[in-house]
Design a protein around this ligand. Sequence first.
Ligand code: GRF
Length: 199
Amino acid sequence: MKIGILISGRGSNMMAIVDAVNSGEIPDSEVAVVVSDKADAAGLDKARERGVETVVIERKGRTREAHDAEIIAELQKRGVELVCLAGYMRLLSKDFIRAFENRIVNIHPSLLPAFPGLDAQKQAIEHGVKLSGCTVHFVDEKLDAGPIILQKAVEVRDDDTTETLSARILEQEHAAYVEAVKILAEGQACTLPPVVFCL
Ligand code: GRF
């Protein structure tokens, strides 16, 4: 399975996936490209250090559609079959979602449908929940709302700050994303195409 990973920043989830592909934990797969919409994303060097090709495609005042069209072309020309959003901070256009229908997955740092959108860990602390976690899900046209592949829960402690909770969730994110991509690579969650969900 050829994987394309989209990042905007640190790239720790991207690294977890690349490392699991390279070690064979995610079988029969290759990370064909890491795309960033930010030239200064720290994850770019981390991808290159791991021998993965990187491409920077900045938005530069263009429409979302024009920006996405360039990203779609880069992914398609490498034969990408699964797109992993890993801290990619832009919403995808309808065209993007249609071009890779049921082949785009995202990780979100909460137990969806709780706390979609930005600052999910801060939202969890402010709401006073006792459990939070992370969710790997398919991406559809609604924000953080597509079918869930898997979730991992963590405890929220009384003395947690956004930072300490984020760190505890992030550890689980790396495990969850690897596990979810492995499920897809092994064809347990869907057949592509057409997609049949059979978790
Ligand atoms: C993660 O918390 C992820 O859930 C969210 O953005 C953060 C990205 O972190 N979507 P990283 O760039 O993968 O380190």
